[in-house]
Design a protein around this ligand. Structure first.
Ligand code: CTP
Length: 477
């Protein structure tokens, strides 16, 4: 008589797993290396069944681990290839470890010794074991070897430059090493204050010593600096507005493509995890078809500031218009039918408060910016089924609400926003350089060109109104 075995049913396999000694471990497992292999091997030896939690890019970003190189799919594949993992799960939020341990009935939680003590609080739920870390290897080290450090220089030493400099420390793979200012003393002062190696008042010489440049000089100088840097083969991260003419923006992107350089407009909100989330939810159909986007940004600035005194390039729209146009272009697109401006101007002709109305085939949008008029800085996205409200400071997107006809029904979303938020745009800039990827979906070339086009139209309107002697009144088309 032959003995046949009946294949086990799923239920009995589950029962079998339940009885096993289960071990869990977590990591990014980026640029998979020997240290990861050793850890997984020893983790598996601690029990019978190994669960490996792999972090998402968003989760890594939110906990400040920027510049992960491998995609989540690749990282999963590399862990799978070791053959040690019985189950691979995705880790995407804080507090998940506590949930997973209970959900999977974990007996042992383990991590490398670099985490010694950090997870002792889990001892209430299971055994916690720290395994000795393999010496002299880490993803950070490999990233450094694989990609030479990007030497970044900064043009300009103003307010935004001062906020930018410390943020560079949070992104690996890049080092801010120099600064340029046509006034040598200013450059020297900035370099001393932020511990930079070099400073210069001569732009060509300055550009020769770097791989990439961050342009934070006055608006009207962006184009010339960006062009020179790109022609010298340097990657460019340029403060907003990148240029004040559509044709100039087009030309810069053309040069960037020819020279194989990254050209990115530094609209920090575009790169923040929370804003990315808001956009995906807005586009997911939750609020139906998007019909109207209203974005407002006002900051009262002193009478003697550049915003209030520079007759040619000061004013609220040039200062904050890029910020408010960002969600408009992202959600309504760049193909508007018409744009119209209304401004309240100062005696010197500078706009203190500007509304830009955009009309689209299937909707409309409004941008409000102010330097001497204060309003509620909110972002409101109206759809056919509901609306999204992101309150001030929506540009540092930490939370937003989706609301519906029924006021009792509303969903609140929150997201991490670290530091000054500039680190997200710096991180994307670095990742693009490393990947040889010259297009950003977070802020596209098309959007940057359209943005420059709006600035150009606004300046033309302002000129026409000045010629016509209009002051302190409507600047509408
Ligand atoms: N690990 C290890 N030995 C190493 C590097 C990592 O045992 N030389 C362990 C970590 O302690 C952790 C797991 O591998 O338990 C996954 O770590 P991860 O943070 O993904 O790797 P690192 O190389 O430490 O990454 P990074 O340099 O980006 O921090």
């Amino acid at each position: 008589m032959k003995i046949h075995t009946i294949p086990k049913e799923k239920g009995s396999r589950r029962r079998e797993i339940r009885q096993m000694k289960k071990v869990i471990t977590y990591g990014s497992f980026d640029l998979f290396h020997e240290g990861h292999y050793n850890l997984l091997k020893r983790a598996k030896e601690l029990g019978d069944y190994l669960i490996v939690g792999i972090t998402t890019e968003q989760f890594d970003e939110s906990r400040g681990k920027l510049n992960i190189v491998d995609s989540l799919i690749d990282r999963i594949e590399h862990v799978k290839e070791t053959g040690f993992a019985d189950l691979i799960i995705i880790e995407d939020h804080i507090g998940q470890k506590v949930e997973d341990i209970q959900k999977y009935g974990v007996d042992i939680f383990t991590l490398g010794s670099d985490w010694e003590g950090k997870y002792d609080y889990l001892k209430e739920l299971c055994e916690v074991v720290y395994l000795e870390r393999t010496k002299n290897v880490s993803s950070t080290m490999l990233r450094r070897e694989k990609y030479p450090l990007i030497r970044l220089g900064m043009i300009g030493t103003g307010r935004i430059a001062a906020r930018f400099a410390p943020e560079t420390h949070f992104v690996s793979g890049i080092v801010l090493n120099s600064v340029y200012n046509p006034y040598r003393k200013q450059a020297e002062k900035f370099a001393t204050r932020y511990g930079l190696e070099l400073y210069s008042e001569e732009v060509t010489e300055f550009l020769e010593h770097i791989d990439a440049v961050y342009i934070a000089s006055p608006h009207e100088t962006h184009y010339a600096y960006a062009k020179q840097a790109l022609l010298m083969g340097k990657h460019v991260l340029c403060e907003k507005p990148m240029t004040l003419k559509e044709e100039e923006a087009r030309e810069l992107f053309q040069i960037a493509e020819e020279r194989k350089c990254v050209l990115l407009e530094a609209i920090k909100t575009a790169f923040c995890p929370g804003f990315q989330r808001l956009l995906s939810i807005a586009k997911s159909g939750t609020i139906g078809q998007i019909c109207d986007v209203e974005a407002c940004f006002t900051r009262l600035t002193g009478e003697n500031t550049r915003e209030r005194t520079d007759k040619e390039y000061g004013g609220s729209f040039l200062e904050f218009g890029s910020q408010t146009l960002l969600p408009i272009f992202k959600l309504m697109g760049t193909e508007y039918k018409e744009i119209r401006f209304d401004s309240i101007c100062d005696k010197n002709g500078i706009d203190l408060y500007t509304k830009a109305y955009l009309s689209y085939e299937n909707g409309m949008a409004l941008s409000k910016s102010g330097v001497a008029v204060k309003s509620e800085g909110q972002l409101l996205i109206a759809g056919t089924k509901g609306y999204i409200l992101a309150e001030s400071p929506w540009w540092l997107t930490r939370s937003f609400e989706v609301r519906y006809e029924d006021p009792n029904k509303k969903d609140t979303y929150t997201a991490k926003f670290l530091g000054d938020g500039l680190r997200y745009e710096i991180s994307d800039f670095v990742n693009m350089i490393h990947a040889g990827e010259y297009k950003s979906y977070k802020f596209t070339e098309e959007e940057a060109i359209a943005m420059a086009g709006v600035m150009e139209k606004f300046l033309q309107k302002r000129k026409e109104n000045e010629k016509g002697g209009k002051r302190n009144e409507d600047m509408g088309t």
